[in-house]
Design a protein around this ligand. Structure first.
Ligand code: FES
Length: 135
């Protein structure tokens, strides 16, 4: 499932202008995000962390298909939060439903880095058994 949710505020974001890396914990997997090759067909906003994870073969849970209607794609941005778009009120509302909420929590499908910083992303413990990695 993918698409847009007509019932939520439209998230503002800028696509990365430069290549950057995302490290996913606890997988310790580094993903190169190439500015020229931002996927637009995967679930989540174009250039979102969910989008980058799926493109890299990390099967991150995203029950609603990446349209800001669940909280299963909850992640914690351990490094690089300043390079990410602002969370909308709708994202904050969904995050309030997520267990283990932290100040740097985001929904991976709504969080779009602009490529100016390297990111370190932690997948919360309660969600880890839902994440698998293709080899
Ligand atoms: S996948 Fe449902 S909110 Fe991100």
């Amino acid at each position: 499932m993918s698409g847009t949710n007509p019932y939520i505020e439209k998230a503002e974001f800028e696509l990365p202008a430069a290549d950057y890396q995302i490290t996913f914990l606890p997988l310790q997997k580094k993903v190169d995000v190439l500015a020229e090759k931002i996927a637009t067909k995967s679930d989540g906003l174009p250039g979102s962390i969910l989008n980058a994870a799926l493109e890299a073969g990390i099967d991150m849970d995203h029950s609603c298909g990446g349209v800001c209607a669940c909280s299963t794609c909850h992640i914690i941005v351990r490094q690089g939060i300043d390079s990410c778009n602002e969370a909308t009120d709708d994202e904050e509302d969904m995050l309030d439903l997520a267990p283990g909420l932290e100040p740097q929590s985001r929904l991976a499908c709504q969080c779009v880095p602009n490529g100016t910083q390297e990111l370190i992303i932690e997948i919360p413990e309660w969600n880890r058994n839902l994440v698998s990695e293709d080899h």
